[in-house]
Design a protein around this ligand. Structure first.
Ligand code: SF4
Length: 359
């Protein structure tokens, strides 16, 4: 049974220009949504003790403390469970953060994106850099030892100097965890409709990524885009995804993975509200390829003993051509458990991993 739950809260104060997620819905009906979400959880979740719970969105911190508590009351967890809430700097004051802490939230994921106010405005964020700094201070004052900040690179007019400035400020604040996001223009976003000028090109984006690796070199770089002060602060919930472990996804458009099959919930708000307990529609995916793609994202790479057992294959034999080619070129390295990407391999990961498709 899944030991992890993802809960989607689709409301936001305003829609960011780069965002194509199922989000940005006006929170006017948030109370009704929470009640429907609870009906869905009660139908599918069987009471197992959860290792991780993740409130994502959207902006879950828009919900009142009592609304998050109502959802948590349906779930079983203990003092070792990691319970994360995504937060927009504009949505929480110290009192609300203390409230979240008191009901059991023990990890905050804060959408900072940049410490440059002009860049934040271009990205359509609702907050400015002062709000982000104040939030980090309040997160700490409320008692949270574990929190993460998101930073974005590749935004319009963002250059290497501006990015380095954001990285330096982030480093000085010493957050326990940092996640990086490179801008991708996705269908459904404002940027897709009105393509901005002055987008940093792929080479500049690659330089920005390298600058982040250098700035956070004292952190444990455990996944392509994720850095933790130590193993203790890695995101246990996200590791569930990268390790292809089962999890429930509840809420509008949430996806889940149970019995080796994936599902995605209804994406239409009205339809979801009418029928939150619709049976899940499962679809099959190529799990071996997912293990390779997601496994290589991790610093430790892939464990071929586990893969061989799970898929009844001989990994070394099946991928002999690719392994020979990329070990020779220095993009893949042998480890005790299997293989991992080298630093050069990380920079060229898409081209390297594409060669493992459909072989
Ligand atoms: S980026 Fe986050 S805050 Fe902005 S619209 Fe998307 S989900 Fe909402």
């Amino acid at each position: 049974m899944p030991k992890s739950v993802y809960i989607h809260i689709p409301f936001c104060i305003k829609k960011c220009a780069y965002c194509s997620f199922l989000s940005g819905i006006n929170p006017i009906n948030k109370g009704v949504y929470v009640d429907k979400l609870i009906l869905e959880i009660k139908k599918f979740y069987k009471g197992e003790i959860l290792k991780t719970i993740y409130f994502g969105g959207g902006t879950p911190s828009i919900l009142d403390v009592c609304e998050i508590k109502k959802i948590l009351d349906c779930l079983n967890f203990n003092q070792n469970s990691e319970i994360t809430l995504e937060m927009n700097p504009k949505t929480c004051n110290l009192d609300k953060l203390k409230g979240f802490y008191d009901i059991g939230i023990n990890r905050i994921s804060l959408g900072v994106q940049s410490f440059n106010d002009r860049i934040l405005k271009i990205a359509g964020r609702a907050h400015n850099s002062y709000d982000a700094l104040k939030s980090i201070e309040n997160i700490r004052l409320a008692g949270f030892k574990n929190f993460s900040i998101d930073l974005m690179y590749g935004l319009p007019t963002q250059n290497l100097k501006i990015w380095q400035n954001t990285l330096d400020k982030a480093k000085n604040l010493a957050p326990p965890h940092i996640s990086l996001y490179g801008l991708k223009i996705e269908q459904g976003s404002e940027f897709y409709t009105n393509l901005p000028k002055d987008l940093p090109n792929d080479d500049v984006q690659a330089d920005m990524y390298e600058m982040a690796l250098e700035t956070f070199k004292d952190y444990y770089h455990y996944e392509f885009s994720n850095f933790a002060q130590s193993k203790k602060y890695t995101s246990k919930h996200n590791l569930t995804y990268w390790n292809i472990e089962p999890y429930w996804g509840f809420g509008l458009g949430a996806s889940g993975f149970t019995d080796n099959k994936r599902y995605e919930n209804e994406t239409d708000f009205e339809k979801y509200i009418k029928n939150p307990y619709a049976e899940k529609e499962f679809y099959k995916t190529n799990l071996l390829e997912e293990h390779i793609f997601l496994g290589f994202r991790k610093f430790e790479g892939i464990n071929i003993k586990e893969i061989n057992k799970k898929f009844s294959i001989d990994f070394d034999k099946k991928y002999a051509r690719q392994l020979k080619k990329f070990i020779l070129s220095g993009h893949i390295q042998k480890t005790l458990q299997g293989y991992k990407l080298s630093k050069d391999g990380v920079m060229l990961s898409n081209s390297v991993l594409c060669e493992f498709l459909d072989d």
